[in-house]
Design a protein around this ligand. Structure first.
Ligand SMILES: NC(=O)c1ccc[n+]([C@@H]2O[C@H](COP(=O)([O-])OP(=O)(O)OC[C@H]3O[C@@H](n4cnc5c(N)ncnc54)[C@H](OP(=O)(O)O)[C@@H]3O)[C@@H](O)[C@H]2O)c1
Length: 263
């Protein structure tokens, strides 16, 4: 299977992916800031499954640390899968929010994921194989529901994934954007939300979420929304978006915008 490089492997969604990918036979490169947690997880998975594991401590908001991981993705020919999962949320809303925290979130959720995907996609396209999984969020489709800056970072990842699929999908590189809904992980507490206060029926357990996302990968999906009952709903939404295409750029404004002067 080769090696999977997982960012944000020290907890939550990334740690469960590490378990599942090890069980599928991938060797693992585990990336996050908490070296101790990575080592404990790596040792456990190596003993349980027999795969090789390596911990790479990195703060992906640090340019130097990010450059190290990029270089590894560019040069390690054993890497066959990138899981772009490390991410953070922020406390509170956009208006009046902590702008330094928002900037750090954009560094992690947007800049780091872009640089890592960009670095590995060159190598994967040259080899004609490889898989890039980007962990976005259903908030990519629902900016009304949460801090607009967080949902914006996730909409960015959805766009990036769809565009990347168009660029290198035909060269044998698999791209998948995963759009989880609310999932029980530490991210909620870290961003000041008590999960027990969420409306009933919207919180998925992390194991179920990751297993569904991997089932979506096996089905060949480019976009996977683990909780969406009917995939036709996503297809209809995407078809409506694509139908706008021929009218999104024209040499004249639409009639409703033409002033009497211009007429
Ligand atoms: N849980 C949800 O409801 C939900 C829903 C939709 C999407 N997501 C997305 O899923 C992804 C994983 O989140 P999670 O829910 O599993 O949260 P989590 O348990 O808080 O995990 C976040 C992971 O990212 C790592 N990380 C955070 N800041 C980092 C940095 N500066 N450099 C390197 N690694 C960093 C953390 O490790 P260290 O602290 O050790 O660095 C941790 O391993 C995120 O992209 C999140 O936006 C989550």
């Amino acid at each position: 299977m080769g090696t999977a490089l997982i960012t944000g492997a020290s907890s939550g969604i990334g740690a469960v992916y590490a378990d599942r990918l090890a069980k599928r036979g991938y060797d693992l490169i585990l990336v996050a800031r908490d070296r101790k947690k990575l080592d404990i997880l790596g040792t456990h998975l190596a003993e349980e499954t027999g795969v090789k594991t390596e911990s790479l401590q990195a703060d992906l908001t640090s340019k130097a640390d990010l450059a190290r991981i990029e270089e590894r993705l560019r040069t390690d020919e054993h890497i066959t899968l990138l899981l772009n999962n490390a991410g953070m949320s922020v406390e509170g809303s956009l208006v009046g929010g902590d702008l330094d925290q928002l900037e750090m979130m954009i560094q992690l959720n947007v800049v780091a994921t872009t640089r890592l995907a960009g670095a590995v996609s060159v190598a994967f396209a040259a080899r004609g194989q490889g898989t890039i999984i980007n962990i976005a969020s259903v908030l990519a489709l629902a900016p009304e529901l949460f801090n607009g800056s967080y949902s914006g970072t996730k909409a960015y990842l959805l766009n990036l994934s769809q565009s990347l699929h168009g660029e290198i999908g035909s060269k044998g590189v698999r791209i998948q954007a995963v759009l989880p809904g609310a999932t029980r992980t530490a991210i909620w507490e870290k961003s000041g939300t008590d999960v027990s206060k969420l409306p009933p029926g919207i919180l998925m357990e992390v194991d179920e979420m990751v297993d569904a996302a991997l089932a979506g990968l096996d089905l060949g999906e480019i976009v996977t929304i683990p909780s969406l009952p009917n995939v036709a709903d996503w297809e209809a939404f995407n078809a409506a978006r694509l139908a706008l295409g021929p009218n999104l750029s024209k040499d004249h404004a639409a009639d409703r915008y033409k002033t009497t002067v211009l007429k």
